[in-house]
Design a protein around this ligand. Structure first.
Ligand SMILES: NC(=O)c1ccc[n+]([C@@H]2O[C@H](COP(=O)([O-])OP(=O)(O)OC[C@H]3O[C@@H](n4cnc5c(N)ncnc54)[C@H](O)[C@@H]3O)[C@@H](O)[C@H]2O)c1
Length: 436
């Protein structure tokens, strides 16, 4: 008796030769999905996956039942649960794969459980809430041999793919320096810098204990304070503007320059922070080992958020040339490239670059699950990308101090105290086991 994963793999191989026969004969050759987190980005992920003609959503999970209207319409027969563990337990072998689009603090708890059950997973960015969790997710993906993809959909967009192709094709020569920036600001979403003094009562529809999950106990604050959306600003749940946009905007930098090693050191400056929320504006200087696409043996990448833009001095941009609100500036030996987030890349001095077609990021993962082919930006890529992003926020806690990193030992080598932020203590009953 074939289990569903083996069946899908076999069906996929057969479908290369005779797709119509396999699909026509057995509806089960569809990828059977559950959606975890059903509104906000969750709905956009579910909707995008559902538009693939070989998917079927067989169950949904959201801790807030008021946010399940759209998924109930998508498949009125599918069960809807507030606890993802109950859903996966009940559906068992009917589930092949999951999309995980909850707030960041729960990605690892949910994602590791999904993978331990042998299900493929599409998980929103950043992959996790802390560095240790990102390491566990990458390890578990390998161990479970499942198809994974990080939810940074612009990775597959024409604009990002075109920029990667232009840089790797030598349009600006070897790259000397990168600046990446984002207009978003920490504590921009919740407009709070400390906990509300008089928290509102939680809505009946919301299972607050499940929403909190691994994070320390605190009362529901009021609509948008933490749930939905506002959680990004709060250190217990999100990672501010860097966490929100770092994996998007640094993704084409990592891909174009084939950065596959961890940063050697990182140092941050910012406009001030407390123990609750992330700074309104953060700048992080990273040093990475050079690659075949960089001019030197080391590469400096600087991140700016909260509306601060880099100086274009030293680049090939004419004086007074404006920069997009968010994006990256690659300064090469013979030219510079500006890649807006999300916009067409432009080379200076003006030069034509070959356009590369975009792909459907969501369908690419579904196709990967059906054909047992891992996309290049699975957790083996998304884990280290997330680690680099999150290390920038550890540096923010030690403003002005350059922290040095030993990725093998997973240790900040020059500052014992800073290592406490690589992982967190979990709430009773919500422990995350290390992956052996
Ligand atoms: N790729 C992108 O462009 C993009 C854009 C926005 C958000 N995101 C990412 O998507 C994720 C969700 O962000 P959002 O803005 O939609 O947040 P949100 O708070 O607006 O929505 C999260 C949804 O998940 C539900 N939820 C919360 N905890 C849950 C749990 N433990 N189990 C099941 N459901 C749960 C909430 O009720 C809500 O419906 C985050 O990781 C975020 O970084 C990505």
């Amino acid at each position: 008796m074939l289990d569903r994963r083996t069946f899908l793999k076999t069906a996929a191989v057969a479908s290369v030769a005779a797709p119509a026969i396999v699909r026509g004969q057995n509806l089960n050759s569809k990828l059977q999905l559950v959606g975890i987190g059903c509104e906000g980005k969750g709905w956009s992920d579910i909707n995008a996956m559902a538009s693939h003609d070989q998917t079927a959503f067989v169950g949904f999970c959201d801790v807030d039942l008021s946010r399940t209207e759209k998924v109930r319409k998508l498949n009125p027969d599918a069960p809807v649960k507030q606890d993802f563990r109950e859903l996966l337990e009940d559906l068992g072998d009917k589930v092949d794969a999951a999309t995980v689009s909850t707030p960041d603090h729960m990605h690892a708890f949910i994602g590791l459980d999904v993978m331990r059950r042998g299900k493929h997973i599409y998980c929103q960015k950043p992959l996790t809430h802390n560095v240790w969790e990102a390491r566990q997710m990458a390890k578990q993906a390998k161990k479970s041999d499942v198809i994974t993809r990080l939810g940074n959909q612009i990775h597959s967009h024409e604009f990002y793919r075109t920029a990667v192709h232009a840089i790797q094709g030598g349009s600006i020569g070897k790259v000397n320096r990168v600046h990446s920036w984002c207009a978003a600001t920490g504590h921009g979403k919740s407009f709070h810098i400390s906990r509300p003094k008089a928290p509102e009562a939680k809505p009946e529809t919301l299972a607050w204990n499940l929403w909190l999950g691994v994070a320390p106990e605190r009362p529901y604050g009021g609509w948008n304070v933490y749930h939905p959306w506002g959680w990004r600003d709060w250190q217990d749940f999100g990672n501010g503007a860097l966490g929100d946009f770092g994996c998007h905007i640094l993704d084409p930098v990592f891909t174009a320059l084939k950065i596959d090693k961890a940063p050697m050191d990182f140092k941050a400056d910012h406009t001030g922070m407390n123990d609750e929320v992330w700074p309104a504006q953060t700048t992080v200087d990273y040093t990475f080992p050079g690659t075949e696409f960089t001019a030197g043996e080391q590469l400096q990448i600087t991140w700016y958020d909260g509306g601060r833009l880099p100086a274009t001095r030293g680049s090939h941009l004419p004086a007074g040339e404006g920069l997009p609100r968010s994006g990256s500036l690659f300064i090469g030996e013979k030219g510079s490239l500006v890649l807006p987030h999300v916009g067409a890349p432009k080379v200076y001095p003006d030069a034509k670059i070959e356009k590369v077609e975009g792909k459907d990021h969501y369908h690419g993962w579904v196709d990967g699950c059906l054909s047992a082919e891992q996309p290049s930006d699975g957790f083996a890529y998304g884990g280290p990308l997330t680690e680099a992003v999150l290390l920038g926020n550890i540096a923010a806690r030690y403003r002005g101090t350059k922290l040095t990193w030993d990725p093998e030992a997973m240790k900040i080598t020059n500052h014992e105290d800073a290592n406490q932020w690589l992982r967190r203590d979990y709430r009773d009953g919500w422990n995350i086991e290390a992956v052996s």
